[in-house]
Design a binder for this molecule. Structure first.
Ligand SMILES: Nc1ncnc2c1ncn2[C@@H]1O[C@H](COP(=O)(O)OP(=O)(O)OP(=O)(O)O)[C@@H](O)[C@H]1O
Ligand code: SF4
Ligand SMILES: [Mg+2]
Length: 408
């Protein structure tokens, strides 16, 4: 985390790491959120079958200006969670509160207005941009769709945005294929910040990029967060990137949150056996320590979200279940779903038997910080620009534009 970012974040938060100051206002509160994808069996008479429980009752709260990292194995439901929070996918259950208001299932004009306040940056910088549109059209689309007319006009605003994310404003008329992967991700970021949203869900925004380019994009996201007081949900599978950028981290497994805590607390004092296993898999930079350290091995593959294990969904792979628990305790793990509960201030765990494992795992100072390239500064670009003027939008326009375009 850059020093400016740290200072910025010191304004928020109540835990020791943030100087004991009060948290920023609650901006997003997700409670018991579910997204189940229905399935139909093939055959003469198609019938409904067990759904894919991609997200199955997750809860977390986001405060203004902070970054919540979401980590977990491939297929655990990170992207589905991000899209469902933004309601690009309709939730199957649970509630989403935005600035204290329940926005679950909002439609029409209200939904479109929310789209100006919550945006998404996608993983694939190649697939998420329309190859037939110029960069100017892509970044300018949110203004047209929302009926917002910036004071200087859309073109000038878009050129300011391009400059702000480190692109040449003269490239307004170029097409996505004329840019590198990192530049395309900058285009996606320019589009996401165009309407000055409050919340941005970044779904693996740097995973497809080279490490040195990752550094620049992560630094850009941090700078924009400071400048526009943005709140991020940052989805990633790279624990060092998540450690670098996040204030708090949620660990997901099979559609559920296993543990959520302040970043330093989570890395130093993981309480859930799954978090402990994930951290123990991070290689240490010092080969002597690396060779001496015990690893917590997870056996078996991620079970299917169509038919998740009973009780605690992690019990089929849990090292503590396998090696440490009595038969009576195991029966509890297989028979009773552990709920997310607070075991320390702002530290929630979904496990009946949280606590340190018997094997040695990473110490905080040993968890590798992001590679030096990741900390490289990006060059200063254009100065901040004025807030766009919000013009009244008729409901007729909004209804005409009802198709839910995730890019707008
Ligand atoms: N539209 C869909 N229809 C049916 N199943 C889906 C759909 N989208 C996702 N899934 C399933 O939901 C589960 C979670 O998928 P998701 O893409 O959210 O995982 P993820 O954690 O983002 O994985 P990755 O790290 O690979 O991106 C997976 O089993 C996936 O196959
Ligand atoms: S509830 Fe039981 S099976 Fe699940 S993580 Fe905790 S100890 Fe392991
Ligand atoms: Mg994903």
């Amino acid at each position: 985390m850059s020093s400016t970012t740290t200072e910025h974040r010191r304004e928020f938060g109540e835990h020791p790491d943030r100087g004991g100051k009060p948290l920023g206002e609650s901006i997003l509160k997700v409670t018991g959120l579910k997204k189940h994808f229905p399935r139909k069996t093939r055959g003469l008479i198609p019938r409904a079958d067990s759904p894919v429980k991609a997200v199955d009752g997750i809860s977390f709260e986001l405060h203004r200006g902070e970054t919540l990292g979401i980590v977990g194995e491939s297929g655990c439901g990170k992207s589905t969670a991000g899209r469902t929070v933004l309601q690009l996918l309709a939730p199957t259950g649970g509630t989403i509160e935005y600035l204290g208001e329940d926005i679950t299932g909002v439609k029409g004009a209200k939904w479109r207005r929310l789209r100006t306040e919550m945006q998404m940056v996608f993983q694939d910088p190649y697939g998420s941009l329309n190859p037939r549109q110029t960069v100017g059209a892509i970044v300018g689309a949110p203004f047209h769709i929302q009926g917002i007319k910036p004071p200087k006009g859309v073109k000038a605003e878009v050129q300011d945005l391009l400059a702000r994310v480190g692109l040449n404003p003269e490239h307004y008329n170029r097409y996505p294929h004329e840019f590198s992967g990192g530049q395309r991700q900058r285009i996606g970021i320019a589009r996401a910040i165009a309407l000055r949203p409050n919340v941005i869900v970044c779904d693996e925004p740097v995973s497809a990029l080279d490490v040195s380019i990752q550094a620049q994009v992560v630094n850009l996201l941090e700078d924009l967060q400071n400048e526009f007081d943005l709140t991020y949900v940052f989805i990633a599978h790279d624990l060092s990137v998540v450690r670098h950028i996040s204030d708090r981290v949620a660990v997901m497994y099979l559609g559920k949150v296993m543990e959520v805590a302040d970043r330093d607390e989570l890395y130093a004092n993981p309480q859930h056996p799954y978090t402990q296993a994930l951290l123990s898999a991070v290689p240490l930079p010092d080969p002597r320590k690396e060779n001496k350290r015990d690893r917590i091995l997870l056996t078996g593959d991620l079970p299917s979200p169509i038919n998740p294990p009973s009780g605690c969904v992690f019990h089929t792979r849990c090292p503590k279940f396998r090696m440490e628990l009595s038969d009576a305790d195991k029966a509890r793990c297989t028979g009773e779903i552990p709920q997310q509960r607070e075991i320390a201030p702002m530290h929630e765990v979904a496990c009946h038997f949280p606590g340190a494992p018997k094997v040695e795992i990473l110490e905080l100072e040993e968890v590798p910080e992001a590679p030096p390239e990741l900390l490289a500064e990006i060059e200063e670009v254009a100065p901040p620009f004025a807030e766009p003027e919000l013009l009244p939008i008729g409901d007729q326009d909004l209804e005409a534009d009802e198709g839910r375009d995730p890019t707008s």
